[in-house]
Ligand binder design. Structure first.
Ligand code: UD1
Length: 471
């Protein structure tokens, strides 16, 4: 079993160029299916969810090449319309392929995505919208069979669902006539999808507002696009700095996308500077109380940033209340924070945090992607060593996390970090028995983006499996 060993208690310092956004690259990879030509995507992060998407594209008949952060998808020979359960279950957001396959092939067959670590994840809004567009949907034994032809429709979403907005946009490119989505999600990733769709010839407007209009059946062609930076990764590094103290700059991410997070840290007493495409956080003392943080759809406080910001506020002299309005089960990581000495009480969708003077390193297990990142943040601010397992969750959304943190805070002597355990899982065993797999896993974790900070170099520990960060 792999683990990340973090020794906290030392301020961070330096800057990180934030990698491409997971939530942008996934729908855009699905969108490459729409054109019978070649799409070139830059700034694609090396995440396991990206790899899972590429496997799906290959399964459907695309030719995919990946060089550094550039992915090329040749969708000329798409033949498949079915995505088997074994590929769907790798990634919950694979439901986004439904709209794209339907648009490209006129039919699609996928297994129902089911729930996830955050609670039930229904797709009723996706299906209702596709039905309104003329799609015939049959469900049998957990498999959805959908077939066109599609026609434009007026669709009002009862919740501004990100995934449903994207699925409708993708399907609508092949629909006869005009599709109008009202109460559409306004997340920056929807705007990024619109930019890509326009680059391949689609007629889409309004993304970023709550009304998106798609004129279907435009001739599509290949295109090139650069994925926007990941605002949640940026929020994670800022939270890490708020937890550990010091000064950190996140580069390449749009300031406006970070505003709710920056405001919260400003209220907590951090010095925050921001400019069009970056932000800097300085934290020199204990954090103070903040006003209640309520997660809500963009441009509100992002649910994905809730765990990392809450983790940072666990230490200090203030209190904070977090109200989670998007997902039912988003406080599972709090149990692990309690083991570090945090004072957090959860009642349903509300968490009350009373800052404590110190947190202690502990053996921790990441329960989900952002919950895992929250544990890393807390560990950076804790005294002593934390050992974090469940890293597969973190790998879904963070590329080169250890190397980035090492560059920001320095690293101690390399130390064996891939520990053997009596009840070790398949993942660790496989890596040991297959040195090539282990080597590939190591490569995946190396950042290809500029990161500057102090220490690093020969002592950075980059050649050990998981880094031992002494911060
Ligand atoms: C996307 C993001 C995820 C983020 C979330 C909210 C991706 C790959 N993932 O997830 O990181 O946390 O937005 O910002 O982009 N809902 C329904 N029926 C539906 C669809 C959604 O009830 O058909 C509900 C969900 O259960 C949830 C809420 O709507 O409570 C928002 O979900 P949605 O915006 O769809 O999130 P995702 O697209 O799944």
């Amino acid at each position: 079993m792999e683990e990340l060993i973090v020794t906290g208690g030392k301020p961070l310092s330096g800057s990180v160029a934030v990698h491409g956004a997971k939530n942008s690259v996934l729908p855009i990879l699905a969108a490459t299916l729409l054109t019978g030509s070649v799409s070139v995507l830059h700034n694609c992060p090396a995440l396991s969810d990206v790899t899972a998407s590429l496997v799906i594209l290959e399964h459907l008949g695309c030719r995919v090449t990946r060089e550094g952060d550039c992915i090329t998808v040749d969708a000329a020979a798409v033949t498949g319309t079915e995505i088997p359960h074994r590929l769907m279950r790798e990634m919950r957001s694979s439901v986004i392929f439904l709209g794209a396959v339907l648009a490209r092939c006129g039919e699609a067959e996928i297994s129902l995505p089911g729930g996830c670590e955050l609670g039930p994840r229904p797709i009723d809004l996706h299906l209702k919208a596709l039905t309104a567009m003329g799609c015939e949907i049959r469900e049998e034994g957990g498999t959805l069979r959908c077939s066109g032809p599609l026609r434009g429709a007026e669709i009002n979403l009862s919740i501004p669902s990100v995934g449903a907005t994207e699925n409708i946009m993708l399907a609508a490119t092949a629909a006869e006539g005009v599709t109008v989505i009202t109460n559409a999600a306004r997340e920056p990733e929807i705007e990024d999808l619109q930019r890509f769709l326009r680059a391949i010839g689609a007629e889409v407007s309004g993304a970023g507002s709550s009304t998106v209009v798609i004129h279907g059946k435009k001739p599509l062609h290949g295109g090139e696009h650069t994925i926007i930076a990941d605002r949640i990764v940026a929020a994670t590094y800022l939270s890490a700095c708020a937890a550990a103290g010091g000064q950190v700059q996140v580069l390449g991410v749009q300031r406006r996308q970070l505003l709710p997070v920056l405001d919260t840290f400003r209220e907590a007493g951090c010095l925050v500077r921001s400019w069009a495409d970056g932000a800097e956080l300085t934290c020199r003392g204990p954090l103070h109380s903040v006003r209640p943080v309520r997660t809500s759809p963009y441009p509100g406080f992002p649910t994905d940033a809730q765990p990392v910001v809450l983790a940072a506020l666990c230490k200090g002299g203030g209190t904070a209340v977090f109200v989670e309005t998007i997902f039912e089960n988003r406080f599972r990581y709090v149990g692990e924070l309690l083991r570090m000495g945090a004072d957090v009480r959860v009642e349903g969708r509300v968490a009350v945090v009373c800052g404590v003077k110190r947190l202690c390193g502990a053996q921790l297990e990441a329960p989900d992607l952002r919950g895992g990142a929250a544990l890393v943040v807390a560990a950076l601010g804790a005294d002593g060593e934390s050992h974090i397992t469940g890293l597969a969750h973190i790998d879904r959304g963070y590329a080169g996390l250890e190397a980035d943190l090492t560059a920001l805070g320095g690293c101690g002597h390399p130390k064996k970090t891939e520990r053997l355990r009596e009840n070790e899982g398949e993942r660790g065993r496989g890596d040991r028995e297959n040195p090539k797999a282990s080597e590939q896993a190591k490569k995946r974790r190396q950042p290809e983006r500029p990161v500057s900070g102090h220490l690093g170099g020969a002592d950075s520990g980059r050649d050990s499996g998981r880094l031992h960060c002494v911060l």
